[in-house]
Design a protein around this ligand. Structure first.
Ligand code: KIV
Length: 263
């Protein structure tokens, strides 16, 4: 399929075809991923893997807009999802102002916010104003400081019920889809069965309507720490180190550039 993927296409994929999502932060990788995936997420994870920060909390709207603009230049077919940074959807007015900026200054197709039922009124306000919103439930990386770390959610029945309630509240508020992160698989299974919008999992087992991975994790570029849910499909770090080592050694030896690479 070469036509641009729309929200309608994604919604039809629920129960028929798995949705493939990957992050990208620049035009180069967006162009490579574009024909191969359904959704490109410009995640605030870029604050860690691209900007080298400890967590996602210091990502800004300006930063997300810059990267989403770059991604949109090469994402001709994929649906592009803009991740709203911490603090940019603290209330209805702030959220709408920032979501409008995301729509007007980039070509993003939807925005994502880390949210439970406590933010359902914000999701409602955004959808009433023609913004397509993806919720993000379960483990919410923007809560890392308030929770004192990252931890798998939905281990107790009470927590599981709360996540399912959050999912239902977000669907009722008009959310177009849900990202489910860091939960036991039975939680994701139940959420996926109870909502009619697509669910896309990360560390949430196989029974979601789709999966998302951070590109630098799945291509083996970020090898300092690898969470259990990440499958490494490539050895990018080794590939790049070997290539740069060869380049450096050719330059040191005076064997690059050779005649083939000289005008
Ligand atoms: O920022 C991000 O990359 C994300 C994914 C982990 C879903 O939100």
């Amino acid at each position: 399929m070469n036509k641009k993927i729309t929200l309608k296409n994604l919604q039809k994929m629920k129960n028929s075809e798995k949705i493939v999502m990957i992050t990208a932060y620049d035009a180069l990788f967006a162009g490579i991923f574009d024909p191969l995936v359904d959704i490109i997420l410009v995640g605030d994870s870029l604050n860690m893997s691209f900007a080298g920060r400890e967590d996602t909390l210091s990502a800004t709207m300006d930063q997300m807009i810059y990267h989403t603009q770059a991604v949109c230049r090469k994402a001709e077919r994929s649906f592009v999802l803009f991740d709203m940074p911490f603090g940019t959807y603290a209330n209805e007015d702030i959220a709408l102002q920032n979501a409008i900026r995301a729509y007007q200054e980039t070509g993003a197709d939807a925005i994502k916010l880390e949210s439970g039922s406590e933010k359902a009124h914000i999701v409602r306000h955004l959808s009433d104003n023609a913004i397509a919103v993806f919720g993000h439930i379960g483990l919410k990386p923007q809560s890392v400081r308030s929770e004192g770390g990252y931890s798998i959610k939905g281990k107790s029945q009470e927590e599981k019920d709360r996540i399912v309630e959050n999912a239902i509240a977000l669907e009722e508020a008009g959310a177009a889809a849900l990202i489910i992160e860091g939960v036991k698989p039975d939680v994701a299974r139940e959420v996926t069965a109870r909502v009619s919008i697509p669910t896309i999992g990360i560390g949430a087992g196989v029974e979601c309507d789709g999966q998302v991975l951070v590109w630098s994790d799945m291509l083996g570029f970020f090898d300092e720490f690898m969470p259990k849910f990440v499958k490494q499909y490539g050895d990018g770090g080794v590939f790049v180190r070997d290539a740069v080592r060869s380049y450096a050694s050719d330059v040191k030896a005076g064997s690059f550039p050779d005649e083939d690479h000289t005008y």
